[in-house]
Design a protein around this ligand. Structure first.
Ligand code: MG
Length: 312
């Protein structure tokens, strides 16, 4: 059975529902409507995603594609894109697999968070329908909502946060951010593998942040080795729903930590590493002294130095 997925505005979805009024059947949980025609089963979701499945989904979809906001399905990836032996085969994206991703690495304030998520084939389809996709295309609010939905489905995951104090200690010890990320991904994945026990696992996909040889070198420096069937690719969240889900959980965890740190500091900590961040760091230094930054920021970032310019 083939399928096509498109994104539509609410107006178009309302039009579709009216068009299929005589073909409506009971929708699955979370769907706005489901219609069954001779050509296809059409399911519309609150996220604006509409799924066309069945005998000729293209034919059914062709009525609406001119009004679609996005191209069909997810990005395509071919074996030709392989640049190294660690690149996954495209089959992995629809197989039972673990995906991992991180958040907070480019943000001066707040921790680095890493999540690993395990999805079965069936869960991959389910999460796609719910709108779990590349988090870069989603707002923070939407990401938080999707994270709640993912957790409600009892999907196995592992989440690790590297607090700023520990981050700064490791950084002083000579660890690069690459090494920190490597060990966080590794531990999250190991924890998750233990959690899923005997469930079928066809592979592990890490959203690539460094060359796989460098990743292995970092592991070796801590006497660890790469798990079998581990693959790497950049922009993995555009291809793998497990990585997309991991990215959503990591980002949500980062956002929650930022809320907590902001509340404790009594100052809303901005994300990123902009000038606004420099100014906020200066306010914190004035109020609490520079030491306070070691608990809430990645102090080796240039922002710390730049913040001093605001202290007079
Ligand atoms: Mg990433």
């Amino acid at each position: 059975m083939s399928q096509q997925v498109y994104q539509f505005s609410n107006t178009v979805i309302d039009k579709m529902k009216a068009y299929y009024a005589n073909f409506l059947i009971t929708p699955p949980q979370g769907a706005l409507f489901r219609a069954k025609t001779n050509e296809a089963v059409i399911t519309a979701y609150k996220s604006g995603k509409v799924l066309f499945q069945g005998a000729s989904p293209e034919k059914a979809a062709s009525l609406w594609t001119k009004d679609a906001k996005t191209a069909p399905t997810q990005a395509t990836y071919s074996n030709k894109a392989k640049t190294n032996s660690y690149a996954p085969s495209p089959q992995l994206f629809s197989s039972n697999h673990i995906g991992s991703d991180e958040a907070g690495t480019g943000d001066y304030f707040g921790p680095i968070t890493v999540a690993a998520v395990y999805l079965t084939k069936a869960q991959i389809s389910e999460l796609k329908r719910m709108g779990v996709t590349d988090s870069k295309a989603l707002t923070d609010l939407k990401i938080r909502h999707l994270a709640r939905d993912i957790i409600q489905l009892n999907i196995p995951y592992a989440l690790i946060a590297l607090r700023n104090e520990k981050y700064n200690q490791l950084q002083k010890k000579g660890w690069t951010q690459g090494k920190m990320k490597t060990m966080l991904h590794h531990h999250a994945i190991q924890r998750l593998i233990k959690k899923i026990d005997q469930s079928p696992l066809d592979g592990i996909l890490i959203d690539q942040f460094c060359e796989p040889v460098v990743y292995k070198k970092h592991l070796a420096s801590e006497k660890e080795v790469l798990s079998p069937s581990t693959f790497f690719m950049t922009k993995a969240e555009s291809y793998s729903t497990s990585v997309a889900a991991a990215s959503i959980l990591a980002r949500t965890s980062f956002l929650k930590q930022m809320d907590i740190l902001s509340e404790q500091t009594g100052i809303t900590l901005p994300k990123g590493a902009s000038q606004k961040v420099d100014q906020t760091a200066a306010v914190i230094m004035k109020k609490y002294g520079e030491n306070r930054l070691t608990q809430i920021a990645k102090v080796h970032f240039a922002n710390t130095k730049k913040a001093h310019a605001y202290l007079n």
